[in-house]
Design a protein around this ligand. Structure first.
Ligand code: GTR
Length: 406
């Protein structure tokens, strides 16, 4: 989505590396009781501590699979994308019966494969019909994002986000891709929770609306897509890759941290509250994000608006929760709001968790030049250009997945 800078002004934000100042990150490998974690077994405990710290201070609780979840295949097209793909449109009901609440998943599978395929899973910003011009995509039934900033609904235009969804490229390279509209879970504005799953599923999931936030709700939805994918024989359940751009990159990271069924995690320009270090004073800050988007995180996170140095976690610890699974963090040169260097340093500081498993991370200590992918189990690049997810990014992600998920 678009950065909301014009509305809030940039003048009070720091874009000067010289002014970032000193900060100390919380220690990844020191447990709450002060012990140093030295092996996989001890990490298991430390990991649980860190997850809990993120739940209590940042994203809120993460409920599990609802008891009565069920799936309805709405439409199968064996001749999608000029015969290159099979598409399936699946409604996921979260409760008994078929009245809702539900989310609608669009899945494309390559037609010419004999074995189960790896699948990229990610939410979209503007409805399933936005990811491709394919006229067989069912129009999103929820109103597209109603933003307090635009005060109007975006028209439902087929394929208007297709630049961001390399469906054909993925299919041609043997990958499936699954997506759903994030508004099916919660519309993205401060009162969106009232019509979203944080309200409608509170009894079913045993969680109050303020015990989690919109990012938590979107992340939860990613796991529910996975619940369906695990039942689809054409999908390889060991190769489910979660990805997301920007605020949905934050959701993808949180989903990957909570749900280890995601075999690999991709954060594209996720920035503040995603991959970027909170303590670095550069670009968006904790204060800004909590003020502009009060619905994304829990109330406790706001208590750190003016003293982020007291936050018991920083985002390198979120990235470390993905270990030992492959993790990709990507930035863009013109996306200073997301603090590319803060995203790189966060990935760098997640490495010790990977080392415990004998996995190689970024290795380099310096940021690579633009358009150069570095690292092994943790990979990073900074693409030339704006806040977006484009073909260059997708090409890196496909290579990353192929080389890491054998
Ligand atoms: C911005 C927000 C960022 C990022 C971005 C997006 O307005 O400040 O944290 O999430 O939106 O989602 O495109």
């Amino acid at each position: 989505l678009h950065v909301s800078l014009p509305l809030f002004g940039q003048e009070t934000f720091n874009y000067d590396e010289g002014k970032v100042g000193e900060y100390t990150l919380p220690s990844l490998l020191t447990s709450n009781s002060g012990d140093i974690v030295t092996n996989e077994k001890e990490w298991k405990q430390r990991r649980a501590e860190i997850l809990q710290l993120f739940q209590e201070n940042v994203y809120g609780k993460c409920p599990g699979k609802p008891k009565h979840i069920h799936f309805e295949i709405k439409k199968i097209n064996k001749n999608a994308l000029a015969g290159k793909a099979i598409s399936k449109q699946v409604r996921i009901f979260f409760t008994k019966g078929n009245k809702g609440p539900y989310m609608d998943v669009l899945l494309y599978l390559p037609s010419h494969t004999s074995k189960p395929v790896p699948v990229f899973v990610g939410l979209n910003f503007k409805g399933n019909q936005s990811v491709n011009t394919d006229s067989t995509i069912l129009l999103s039934e929820k109103q597209p994002e109603l933003s307090k900033y635009t005060k109007k609904n975006d028209p439902m235009i087929r394929g208007n986000q297709s630049e961001r969804w390399e469906v054909e490229t993925l299919i041609e390279n043997g990958f499936a891709t699954a997506t759903a509209y994030y508004g099916d879970l919660e519309l993205d504005y401060p009162e969106g929770w009232q019509s979203g799953i944080r309200t409608s599923l509170q009894t079913e999931l045993g969680i109050k609306p303020d015990e989690w936030g919109a990012i938590g709700a979107w992340a939860w939805g990613l796991s529910r897509i996975t619940d369906y994918l695990e039942t689809d024989k054409q999908v390889n359940p060991k190769k489910i890759i979660v990805h997301g751009h920007s605020r949905l990159g934050k959701a993808a990271l949180w989903a990957g941290a909570n749900d280890t069924r995601f075999a690999a995690v991709i954060s594209n320009n996720s920035g503040e509250g995603g991959a970027a270090l909170a303590r670095r004073w550069f670009g968006e800050t904790t204060n800004r994000i909590n003020t502009n988007f009060p619905h994304w995180f829990i109330g406790q996170y706001k208590t750190f608006n003016n003293n982020v140095q007291n936050l018991p976690v920083d985002q390198h610890m979120l990235l470390a929760l993905i270990a030992p699974r492959p993790l990709y963090v990507a930035s863009a040169t013109e996306d200073l709001w997301a603090d590319p260097k803060g995203e790189f340093l966060s990935a760098k500081n997640a490495e010790p968790a990977y080392t415990l498993f004998g996995k190689k991370g970024l290795e380099n200590t310096e940021m690579p030049p633009p358009d150069t992918s570095i690292g092994k189990t943790i990979r990073y690049h900074i693409r030339t250009g704006k806040h977006n997810i484009l073909l260059f990014d997708w090409l890196q992600y496909m290579v990353f997945v192929s080389s890491n998920l054998k």
